[in-house]
Structures are given as C-alpha cells and as structure tokens.
Design a protein around this ligand. Sequence first.
Ligand SMILES: [Zn+2]
Ligand SMILES: [Zn+2]
Length: 175
Amino acid sequence: MKLPIEGGCDCRAVRYRLTRPPLVVNCCHCRWCQRETGASFALNAVIESACLELTAGEPVLVLTPSQSGYGQQIARCPSCHVALWSHYSTAGPATCVVRVGTLDNPDDFPPQAHVFVASRQPWVQLSPDVPQFEAYYELAQIWSAESLARRRAIQPQIDAWQATRQRMAPPAPPR
Ligand SMILES: [Zn+2]
Ligand SMILES: [Zn+2]
C-alpha cells in the first residue's frame, strides 16, 4: 500500500488524502447502508479524522438519520453531492468512515469483515475467507494490535463526543 492514499468525488471539486492506512475496512450489509448507497452494501474504511487531509475543496456535512437515533454526518461534495465519508454516531468527529469507492485505488482495500449479514441481499455471495457477523463484532476480533492502539489514542476524543451527542428530532424510523 502506497502512502498517501488519495481519493475524491466525481467532479474533482473535493480531493482528500489518507496519511496512514485505515484502522479497518468493513463491508456493511445493513438496510441503512443499502438505502444510503442505493446498492447492496457499503464498503467503509475507518480512519482517525486527523489522518484525513483535504487537498481540494471542502465537503458539506449532511445530518442523516441512523439506526442509533443520533444520526450520522455524511460529508458530501457541495457541487456533485457524492458522499465521501461519514462521521458515525459512535465515534463522532474523531473518525472518518471513508467510502472505499471514492479512493483512487479502491481495489487496495478489500473488507476485513462483513457486518450485519443478517440483512445481506440473498444474491450477494461472500467469500468464506472473510469473517462474517450477523450484527457487529468486538474490535479485538478483527482489528490489528496496531489499530487497537491507534483507537485507544483517540478514546478521549470519542468519550468527549459521546458525552455531548444529541439525538435527532424527530427520531429516526425503526429498522
Ligand atoms: Zn464533486
Ligand atoms: Zn450499515
């Protein structure tokens, strides 16, 4: 994997780079990701926000309902509106959950885990070599020791976020 890792939107108004490899790459089969992508799953690379640098443009953050009720902020290009990454409610602004398809070399980032496979679309065939979880996993099951250490380093930021986060009103619909 060559650093930095670069990506951007369709119109190239927003460009970004990752200065470290992602903490983890998850393939999420939940219904929310299916709706948000209009496809069958989302392929997400999680990274500390401090390791994502903008090199062109500035995305707009769109607050979008989520199963948690807290919503997620989706960073979209202000002109072509392609979604580049999200701040999920668990870690808030401490991490960026980058949409792998917006990386210039998405083939370099296959999933390390399939999550929420309970709602996997039945035609999607998964490799038995990649761990699958009905819902989510304990981080230590999948994340490398280095990634767990990097996660511990941002835990204070995550704790501060969780102490102040607000539920969206009106609440998100169930499921
Ligand atoms: Zn764009
Ligand atoms: Zn999902």
